[in-house]
Design a binder for this molecule. Sequence first.
Ligand code: ATP
Length: 282
Amino acid sequence: MNKTSVTHYAPAKVNYRLDVLRRRPDGYHDLRMVMQRVDLCDTIEIALCDTPGIRVTCGREGVPDGPDNIAWRAADALLALSGKQAGIEIAISKRIPVAAGLGGGSSDAATVLMGLNELLELGLSDARLMEIGVKLGADVPFFIFKNTALAEGIGEQLTALGPLPQAWIVLVNPNVHVSTAWVYQNLQLTTTAELHTIPSFFGSVADVCAILGNDLESVTISSFPVIRSIKERLVSLGAQGALMSGSGPTVFGVFADESVARLAAETIAGESDWFVTAVKTL
Ligand code: ATP
C-alpha cells in the first residue's frame, strides 16, 4: 500500500568555519564553510490528503504558517514539478531556535523536499533535490547532502569531509536579534593569503577546534558583546573551542566529553534565561 504520511527529523547545523571570500555582482557572497549537522531537530510530519493545496502549521512565534514558510515553498516547488494535484499538510514541531544561525528553516525545507519525493514517489535524485533546494535557500542543499561538508560558492558546492570525530556541542542562544543583511554589509572579507587550510583528516576533537573561525563573528560581537562573554564562559567550563554559528547569535562550544558538555550546559542554563542545550554531532 502507498504511504500517505511520513515523519522525519530536520537537524540543525553549526559552522565550524565560515570564510567570506568575495561579494558577487548578484548580491550573494562566495563563501567557504565547514558545516556540521547536530542532534537538535525539528520534527516534520507530511501527510497527503484529498483537499488540494498546501497547508503548513508551526505555531511558533516568529515562524509564519502558510506560504511565507520556507517549508511551504519547498512543497510548492516539488508539487509544481510533479504535475500532481495532491493536497499536502505539513506540521512542524519547532525545537531549533529561529533566526539563530542554526539553519532551522533550511533544514525544514530540505526535509520537506526529501519527504515529498518519497510520498509522491517522484524518484528524484539527491542531486536534483539539491538543485531545487538552492533556489529556496543557500543552506538547503547541505541538509540533503547529509555529510559533514566543505561548502563553497554560495554554499551549494558541497564536498564530503571526514568522517570527523564525534563531538559534543553546547549551543547557547542569547536570544538577541541579529540582522543577517546588516552582518554581511559590515564584514571584513577573508583574503586568499589569509585562507586557513582545511585538512582532509581530523584525528581528534582538538583537530576540529583548530579550524574554528567565522568572518561574521567580529561584526556581530561589535553590537552584541554578550557573544564574546558566552565564548569565554564555554571555554572556562571545559570547551576545547567556541565560536558563533552562521550570522549568529547562537554560540557553540565544542567538547570531547559528554559529561563535561552536559555540566557546562546546566551551569550556563542556571546562570541565564537563554536557550542552552548539549547535543552530539551527527
Ligand atoms: P541560517 O543559519 O540559514 O541563516 P537561521 O537559522 O538564522 O538560518 P531560520 O531559523 O531558518 O534562520 O529563520 C530565518 C527566517 O525565516 C525567520 O525570520 C523566520 O520567520 C523565517 N522562516 C520561514 N520558514 C521558517 C521555518 N520553517 N523555520 C524557521 N524560520 C522560518
